[in-house]
Design a protein around this ligand. Structure first.
Ligand code: 26V
Length: 787
């Protein structure tokens, strides 16, 4: 490795060791690692062609990848060798690894899941491609100014990106707008605008380098470079206009996963991804010498939420308009190929496009959507009149995806039931076998082996190697849990991680924290339904109690928050500010004397999660029941030996089943009780009146105790608590507080705590993304491993 790094430093970077920066070293190391990926990558591609394996295509507007260097090194089994080599060259390993910017091409859970699934498909030898957009700017960077979120553009492509290969030969023209004509009896869409989708490929290497797949990201380019006539006239800005316009399509990721907004650019991005992907899929299929009638035998296409749901109409359009297949055969083929994963029930996040917009941007697709809707009604005459794809001048993308897919899946057992009962009850009745459950999973390579070396070594020492690809084997740890030596080692591994985190927080936040304190962590996008507010209200209550009895024996705690708010989501931004305001008061309160600290490092991302999760004692999974489709952070924490305080929501339900109810801090209303509670318009007032503590907390906020410079700052928030409280923070407050008290009590009994923590790790095997992908392969894709 040393030789190869030096070779790349000189010949790929054009630097000699004496003048190389950390960036140069990182590039040289990345290229040296990349060289080892190329061979298995070619081999996998070749085998897929030769053996005619069925291919899976995962279409997603988001891939939240994070850093790639260390992950690739781990999967190739060469992290230690890389580290030795780089250190022998006088460089600091962590500094080199951490020089890499996160590839943040996603908002949160849905995008990170796509990245975990790509890694598991490669690990399992499931021949597959991810298709996405090569956003020039990923998710915005977050700073705090006076406690408030400020967004700045993210710039991950400013430096060279060593993990991608540009493929100028893989390019397709993508059209928009224009009209539909009939020529020689054939329907022809004549677009008014076109752009080129150019492919950039990233290899995705599986565990032990046995298989590699491709993540193909599309970048938008103009069909005509610039207007030469205008340029020659000296009008340089106008000459570059077509270029600027085209590039807009892959310029930035939409940063809002909260509320659906019917923005034309977003619809264009969605079709840009989907159109390019489908052309590529069809080209590859035909190049293999297969017939279009056999498409579904060779191709499975998964739609990650409805964002690529134009795939149904697009496939029908290609098959009918371009290849003369009769409509009924085309729709049958499309349905056979397509699967649709639903990731949210929140009505405000469900996509609906105004028919005038769809008709203007994609006129031919609009016709086909109407045709599909009519066909569905014709073939399902009992369909109620109020059900359909096009209703009230809107195209409902969920219904479209449902009708054009042979399988629709939810992402946890509870969520899937709610998809059946609440989201698509009528369609479910018409197609009772279509909805299936595929509970989410996370890749143990990144989220345990890579992020938590201390615990990984302990696991390998205890049960031997190989658990990374066979996570159910963690159960073997149970045999050691009664062994005091093992529990001490488990606690020691956590302690190492907590010390590292304390140092990092000291350096970056300038706050000193005690590694012996209980580390209580809530990291995720800021959403009202995720109830960071509940957490901060309980924190205030805790602070108040300490102040009232400063000499009592309080369990020291560090409350850590992380997460971004969508730029336009005012309520979420207010919660961020409140957390920071409370932190400023609590962290400097002499009465508290360091026993309660609130830390909110800005710009939470995948890399920060990798730091925080292995160092956590308590995982906050406290959403209003029925609102969190699954959660995946919850899985990463429990796998790393944090205990969960949580509601019966999403995958929490299954985590609790797996680890055992005695190893989980459960509180709060159930999904059914939540619905019942909402029937009482005064539920919040009643709940607040029943809790003196909550009244006190709200009173302090309203009086400006945390915003002395502007006492009225949170009047709106407090008013909303009394009069609306849609997410039932008040109704769950006392239960949450009691549960937190139970946490403190348990943490004070290390013997009990570490038994519970180790049980969590031992029983989390089910939540490997390998298990999830196996489920997709058998239930939805009909594919087998090529290994
Ligand atoms: C919706 C929209 C609306 C249109 C504009 C852009 C945009 C981007 C994303 C979304 C959907 C967000 C849905 C989502 O991330 N769901 C999360 O999916 C996770 C993986 O299944 C799951 O664990 C989380 O519970 C769920 O909130």
């Amino acid at each position: 490795m040393r030789e190869e790094i030096l070779r790349h430093l000189i010949y790929s970077m054009g630097k000699d060791a004496g003048h190389a920066s950390v960036y140069d070293w990182r590039m040289a190391l990345s290229f040296a690692i990349r060289d080892r990926i190329v061979e298995p990558w070619f081999a996998a591609t070749k085998q897929t062609w030769e053996q005619g394996h069925k291919r899976v295509y995962y279409l997603s507007m988001e891939f939240l990848i994070g850093r790639m260097l260390e992950d690739a090194a781990i999967n190739l089994g060469m992290r230690a060798a890389c580290r030795e080599a780089i250190e022998s060259l006088g460089q600091d390993w962590r500094a080199v690894v951490e020089d890499e910017p996160d590839a943040a091409l996603g908002n949160g859970g849905l995008g990170r899941l796509a990245a975990c699934y790509m890694e598991s498909m490669a690990t399992l030898g499931c021949p597959g491609y991810g298709y996405g957009i090569r956003y020039e700017h990923g998710l915005f960077r977050q700073r705090f100014e006076g406690g408030q979120q400020v967004e700045t553009p993210e710039d991950w492509l400013k430096q060279r990106h060593p993990w991608e290969f540009e493929r100028p030969e893989a390019a397709y023209e993508i059209g928009f707008k224009g009209g539909v004509e009939t020529r020689n009896g054939k329907t022809v869409w004549v677009p008014a605008e076109t752009v080129i989708a150019e492919a950039f490929d990233m290899p995705v290497i599986g565990w032990q380098g046995k298989w590699a797949n491709t993540l193909r990201l599309w970048s938008a380019k103009p069909t005509t470079l610039f207007d030469l006539a205008r340029f020659n006239h000296g009008d340089y800005t106008a000459a570059a206009e077509p270029e600027t316009l085209a590039r807009t399509l892959s310029r930035v990721l939409y940063p809002d996963d909260t509320t659906y907004q019917g923005k034309e650019l977003r619809l264009k991005q969605e079709y840009f991804l989907t159109g390019a992907a489908l052309h590529d899929i069809i080209r590859r299929h035909l190049a293999g010498g297969f017939k279009l009638a056999d498409l579904a035998k060779h191709v499975a296409i998964q739609m990650n939420d409805t964002h690529p749901a134009i795939a149904g109409p697009e496939l029908v359009r290609i098959l009918t308009d371009l290849y003369d297949m009769p409509f009924d055969d085309a729709i049958a083929t499309a349905i056979e190929c397509l699967g649709y994963t639903n990731h949210t029930l929140l009505p405000e996040a469900l996509e609906r496009w105004a028919t005038y917009l769809m008709g203007s941007v994609l006129p031919r697709h609009m016709q086909i959507i109407e045709q599909i809707d009519a066909w569905h009604l014709r073939t399902n005459p009992s369909r109620p009149h109020y059900v359909g794809i096009v209703k009230h001048h809107e195209v409902r993308m969920g219904e479209l995806a449902f009708v054009t897919a042979h399988k629709v899946n939810g992402v946890s057992a509870l969520h899937t039931e709610l998809v059946k009962q609440n989201l698509f009850p009528e369609l479910h009745k018409l197609h009772p076998d279509r909805i299936v459950n595929e509970t989410n999973g996370v890749t143990p390579r990144r989220w345990l082996r890579m992020a938590n070396p201390a615990l990984s070594h302990l696991i390998s020492d205890t049960i031997g190697e190989g658990w990374e690809a066979d996570l159910d084997r963690l159960r073997e740890l149970e045999l050691s849990i009664e062994d005091k030596g093992f529990r001490d080692a488990f606690a020691a591994a956590k302690r190492v991680n907590k010390e590292a985190l304390s140092n990092w927080i000291g350096q970056t936040q300038g706050v000193k924290i005690d590694p012996d304190a209980l580390f209580d962590v809530q990291i995720k996008r800021i959403h009202e339904y995720k109830r960071q507010l509940l957490n901060v209200l309980q924190t205030i209550a805790q602070w108040h109690e300490i102040r009232n009895d400063p000499t009592a024996d309080w369990q020291p705690r560090v409350k850590i928050f992380g997460g971004k708010a969508a730029p336009g989501y005012q309520a979420a931004k207010e919660i961020i500010r409140l957390i920071n305001d409370v932190a400023a008061v609590v962290n400097n309160d002499p009465y508290v004397d360091g026993r309660l600290k609130i830390i909110y490092p800005p710009n939470y991302n995948v890399s920060m999660a990798e730091r925080l999760i292995p160092a956590s004692d308590l995982s906050e999974q406290i959403s209003t029941a029925g609102k969190e489709a699954s959660g995946t952070g919850n899985m990463k924490f429990a796998l790393n030996g944090a205990l969960t305080i949580g509601t019966l929501d999403g995958a929490n339900v299954e985590i609790r089943e797996q680890v055992g109810p005695e190893n989980f801090f459960l509180f709060g209303l159930t999904a059914q009780e939540v619905m019942k509670h909402r029937e009482d318009p005064e539920h919040a007032r009643h709940a607040i009146l029943e809790s003196q503590t909550l009244q006190d907390v709200l009173q302090m906020i309203a009086e400006g105790r945390f915003s002395p410079d502007e006492p009225t700052r949170y009047h709106g928030l407090v008013h909303n608590m009394w009069h609306s409280d849609y997410f039932l923070v008040a109704s769950d407050f006392e239960a949450y507080r009691e549960s937190q008290a139970e946490v403190d009590k348990t943490f004070a009994e290390p013997d009990k705590w570490w038994r519970m923590a180790a049980m969590n790790t031992a029983r989390m095997g089910f939540f490997s993304s390998d298990r999830a992908i196996r489920g997709y392969m058998t239930d939805i894709w009909g594919t087998e491993s090529a290994l």
